[in-house]
Design a protein around this ligand. Sequence first.
Ligand SMILES: [Zn+2]
Length: 146
Amino acid sequence: MIRFSLVCENSHEFESWFASNDSYDFQIENDLVSCPHCNVTKVSKAVMAPAVARKKRTAAAPVKQNVALLGESDRELRTMAHELHAKIVAATVDVGAEFPQEARRIHDGAAPVRPIRGQASLEEARDLMEEGVSILPMPILPEDRG
Ligand SMILES: [Zn+2]
């Protein structure tokens, strides 16, 4: 079964189920589908409502992160990611949620230069990079898997 959004010649929108695309074509060509509002049989597939489509298009594009899916044969890469993660953890001081402010202070010379790590939203990370603060994304690890 396929569900189509339909519109009649009087611009009534409604949905209807069809066994297949061919079934839809056959029923439309033979005027077997009628509008539940006005009963006309001049019906076609509805184009997505322009207002909705426009709203979606102007919305800010979501920030994408690089991710990788590793198979069982890629354990070496996974191990490297773990080791890298451990090295970064060992070499940095955790400043937690203060990271964006602290990174900015260090960049501006207002705090002693030292390696830190912490949390930043994607937006904060982007802002920092735009300001020329060279931050690195930490390898994200599924904590409970090896
Ligand atoms: Zn109608």
